[in-house]
Structures are given as structure tokens and as C-alpha cells.
Design a protein around this ligand. Structure first.
Ligand code: C5P
Length: 274
């Protein structure tokens, strides 16, 4: 029987406001989350629990204490897992959380119930389970699905540095910001950019102070005529939104000249329910 295949799409925080802190130190967030068409790939076959990792970003990833294995254990399931790591790690676009969510989706197709409190695996796991546009609140556990966005062209750029999420949160100014403005129906790039202008990524200043190259990535995106550029999550991956897929392809090719990982893709609709 061929393995079941799940795509762990790249997650983008188009906007991310830090609205407070819980007594345990976790930050309260209000974020507009969308997903790109590209991602890591998880192949699941029946068998005892095991994990193999291949793909361009496999190097250095532990196969013993991996979120994919923790996800399967939380679901009480065995499976032979192969993770093809296409996206840079520790880079603000979902990574381990997206992979763990894809494992849980695959296991659900094999008959295993999705565990309660999947946020125990990682704050982004609940939103990555749905992999469609959503507003994410609380520390990540409150997910409100939103209508599909148009397939806007986007370029993702990572300058080749892994940023520690706890370090970026710890360096973030201790100030509570207001939540996101109401999210209207966003019918096109113009609507989206108009709305984004009223928002921020509150983790960007801290990430920039730790890794100033992020500023050069954002300048690079703007220099390739991105209609909008911002960092995703805790960084260091940044995204640019473009008028056309052709502009995005040209931009990605130019940004690779800096030695950065850059890929042209588009914002994806939520996957069809199975
Ligand atoms: O849940 P995840 O493993 O992605 O989070 C990594 C770290 O990021 C946490 O240990 C915490 O320090 C920080 N974090 C936070 N507030 C959130 C999510 C993560 O402070 N909402």
C-alpha cells in the first residue's frame, strides 16, 4: 500500500500583535495566519513508530526527539514516518508545529483521533491543523477560521540563520499592544495591503536586534517591488506580496543572488476536507 502523504504548508503570520503575557510567561497573541502552497511533506505508513528525515533541510534535525514523534505519541499511534524537510528550520513559518500537525492529520486519516490540547506540542499546532486562513489568539489555542483569500503571489526569504523563538519572545519589549483591527472580507491584494498597513509584527524589532540581516532581507524584498514586506512569526523568514506570479518569480531569483533561500509561491486556500 502506498504511504499516506500530508503537506505541512509554510505558515505565515501576515500580522502578529502581542497583546499580553500569561503568568507562565507565554505571550498572548492576535495574529492573521495564512498558509503558502509549499511545505514539508510527511509520508505515513502503518508500522511501529519510527522517523526518517530527508530533503534539503534535513541536516542537523534530531530524529529521536522530534515533534513528529511527539505528535504520534500524543495521539497514541504507531506509524512509519518519513519527513521531507523542504523548508528552513527555526524560521518563523511553522516548521516543527506544521510537521506535527501534518502527522496528526495523517494519523486521523488512519483512524486515530486528533488529541485534545494539540497546543501542548507547540503553540502553532492548532492553526496548522486547519492549514487555512485564520485568526489565531490566546497563546495559539484559539483559532477562528476565515474566508479563503485570493491566491496572492508571495515570496519567502530566509537569510540562512535559525532564530530561537524563546529568545525572540524574551527580547520583545514588555508592553501590551492592542489586538488586531477587525478583519474585513479581503477580496484582493489591495484590500489586504490596506488592512496590513494598520497592523504590525510585534516580534520584528526584537528579531531585528538579534539578527540585523533581517533588515537587509526586508530592504531586498522592497527593492524587488514587493507591494508589502514583513517578517513572519519570530523570524527570520520574511515574506513579500506581489501583484503577479511573474513578479514574484523574478524577485525570488534576484533575492537568491544574495545567497539567501528564496522561493516564489502563493497564498493557498484551505485544503479540501477529506
Ligand atoms: O510553543 P512553541 O514551542 O512554539 O514556543 C516556543 C517558545 O516561544 C515558548 O517556550 C515560549 O518561550 C515562546 N512563546 C511565547 N508565547 C507564545 C508562543 C511561544 O512566549 N504564544
Amino acid at each position: 500500500m502506498p504511504p499516506l502523504v500530508e503537506l505541512a504548508r509554510a505558515k505565515l503570520n501576515l500580522a502578529l500583535h502581542v497583546t499580553g503575557r500569561r503568568p507562565d510567561g507565554y505571550h498572548l497573541l492576535d495574529s492573521l495566519v495564512v498558509f503558502a502552497s509549499i511545505g514539508d511533506v510527511i509520508a505515513l505508513s502503518p508500522g511501529p513508530l519510527s522517523l526518517r528525515i530527508d530533503g534539503p533541510f534535513a541536516a542537523g534535525l534530531p530524529t529521536d526527539d522530534n515533534l513528529c514523534l511527539r505528535a504520534a505519541r500524543l495521539a497514541g499511534a504507531g506509524a512509519d514516518l518519513v519527513l521531507t524537510k523542504n523548508l528552513p528550520v527555526a524560521s518563523g513559518i511553522g516548521g516543527g508545529s506544521a510537521d506535527a500537525a501534518a502527522v496528526l492529520r495523517g494519523l486521523a486519516r488512519m483512524g486515530h483521533a486528533v488529541p485534545e490540547n494539540p497546543e501542548r506540542l507547540g503553540a502553532d499546532v492548532p492553526v496548522c491543523l486547519g492549514s487555512g486562513p485564520a485568526r489565531m489568539q490566546g497563546v495559539g489555542e484559539i483559532v477562528t477560521p476565515l474566508p479563503a483569500l485570493p491566491a496572492i503571489a508571495v515570496v519567502l526569504v530566509n537569510p540562512g540563520i535559525a532564530l530561537s523563538t524563546p529568545r525572540v519572545f524574551a527580547a520583545t519589549e514588555r508592553r501590551d499592544h492592542p489586538g488586531l483591527p477587525d478583519i474585513p472580507r479581503l477580496a484582493g491584494l489591495g484590500d489586504l495591503i490596506g488592512w496590513l498597513a494598520e497592523t504590525r509584527n510585534d516580534l520584528e524589532p526584537a528579531a531585528l536586534s538579534i539578527a540585523p540581516v533581517i533588515g537587509r532581507v526586508l530592504d531586498g524584498l522592497r527593492a524587488t517591488n514587493a507591494a508589502f514586506a514583513r517578517m513572519s512569526g519570530s523570524g527570520a523568514t520574511c515574506f513579500g506580496l506581489y501583484e503577479t506570479p511573474e513578479q514574484a518569480r523574478i524577485a525570488a531569483a534576484a533575492l537568491k543572488q544574495h545567497g539567501w533561500w528564496a522561493v516564489a509561491t502563493e497564498l493557498a486556500p484551505p485544503p479540501a476536507p477529506r
